[in-house]
Design a protein around this ligand. Structure first.
Ligand SMILES: [Zn+2]
Length: 409
């Protein structure tokens, strides 16, 4: 690490070293399997001054979010329900209607804005991936293809009205220039408007051993204290915060211009205090994580080795980024896992980066009847177990790797 993405300091401590790993969304076509593949260090550091946990960047964002970008939000039912309920709550709490304007940054395929549109609230998506934006436009969600930052915010603010609500779900961690991005939020936001941002919560990552949510495209891992410092620097104040169950435990922060119309809820101060009690405001709290990660690797390998020695067949479910971090870090390939299934047609027929495990359609599970189905996106465990409950007909069992290896009958 050269300079902290938030405060610019140059002194860091190691937080978690996951070795060398390929970019987690670069699924391979069969003809690429015998070619050279790029691996980059996957090593998270904590800033000694502002305690932001972060990764160094090795690729430019244009490469990461290329037109081949394989992630479409709408493929998860749970995530769609989350989006729909957010829209209903925001409309009710802040009285949003046809005379308001909502902008979503990193709006993906319109998975969320479609619900504002249905409720008659004018909206605009901003999405860097052209093919993903196209899917949004075909749903009737107006979308601009660009990276968001101070420059694009200035252009947008000059051409049209400034939004009453700007939202960003799971984008803040992916932003290469954090201060520029939050500066852009301030430039674009209407004077009395509000911002909501959701991101996976560092406290959960540490408490639940979620090291597999560390991957190259995910540059920052925020506590309330570290994210608040970034917003304060741009004269934005947090007036509310909610804990969410999504992605293994997330925070949703509510921000406004300093001195804006919304009164501060007690929840911001309560969570600040909780973080202080848990030591997240001190460097020492970050030092024990690395050993817990190594122990999780040993436990997963123990399970896989015993299962294979007993002649069991193991398949994986969900070709998501976190699975790729886990499998590469643990060195798990087709010697342990025959294949991974995924509902996204864009991923089927391809191979996982690094481990080269084939990605197939979910129907393949019923045809091959594996003894174990390893659920890689453990945050969607309930949904996957409901969707794949038929594996119990042949005695198949579910396995989750995180926070500890667990077999679920
Ligand atoms: Zn810092």
């Amino acid at each position: 690490m050269k300079k902290c993405r938030s405060c610019g300091a140059t002194a860091f401590r190691s937080f978690c070293d996951l070795g060398m790993s390929p970019p987690s969304n670069s699924f391979l076509k069969a003809e690429r399997l015998n070619r050279k593949e790029a691996f980059f260090p996957l090593h998270a550091f904590v800033c000694e001054r502002c305690l932001l946990v972060q990764l160094e960047q090795f690729q430019d964002p244009g490469e990461i979010f290329s037109s081949d970008y394989a992630y479409f939000s709408s493929y998860s039912d749970a995530w769609l329900r989350h989006a729909e309920s957010y829209v209903a709550t925001m409309i009710e709490r802040f009285g949003l209607g046809s005379d308001h304007f909502v902008v979503e940054v990193a709006s993906n395929d319109g998975y969320l804005l479609q619900f504002f549109r249905k409720r008659g609230v004018p909206c605009l998506g901003i999405e860097p991936s052209a093919n993903v934006a196209e899917a949004a436009i075909s749903k009737g969600v107006p979308t601009r293809v660009e990276f968001f930052g101070a420059d694009s915010a200035q252009r947008l603010a000059a051409t049209g009205r400034r939004p009453d609500l700007i939202l960003g779900n799971n984008v803040l961690a992916h932003v290469p220039d954090l201060n520029d991005f939050v500066h852009g939020l301030r430039l674009l936001l209407a004077p009395s408007g509000l911002i909501t941002i959701e991101f996976p919560y560092l406290e959960r990552l540490m408490a639940e051993n979620q090291f597999d949510t560390i991957y190259h495209e995910h540059f920052c891992y925020f506590s309330l204290l570290s994210v608040e410092a970034v917003f304060r620097r741009q004269e934005l104040e947090l007036f509310d915060v909610e804990r969410l169950p999504t992605h293994g435990g997330s925070l949703r922060i509510f921000a406004q211009h300093a001195g804006g119309p919304h009164d501060a809820s007690g929840r911001v101060e309560a969570l600040r205090e909780e973080e202080r009690v848990n030591g997240l405001d001190r460097l020492e709290a970050y030092s024990g994580f690395a050993e817990r990660v190594r122990e999780t690797k040993r436990a997963l390998l123990d399970f896989l080795i015993s299962a294979k020695r007993a002649g069991k067949c193991i398949a994986g479910y969900g070709a998501a980024a976190k699975g790729n971090t886990l499998l590469n870090y643990c060195g798990v390939r087709t010697d342990f896992i025959d294949y991974v299934v995924d509902r996204s047609p864009q991923k089927q027929g391809r191979f996982l980066p690094g481990t080269h495990i084939p990605v197939l359609a979910p129907e393949h599970v019923a045809e091959t009847r594996p003894d174990y189905l390893l659920i890689l996106p453990w945050n969607l465990k309930a949904e996957v177990m409901a969707q794949m409950s038929h594996i119990r007909a042949w005695g198949g069992q579910f396995v989750v790797p995180i926070p500890r290896v667990e077999v679920l009958p």
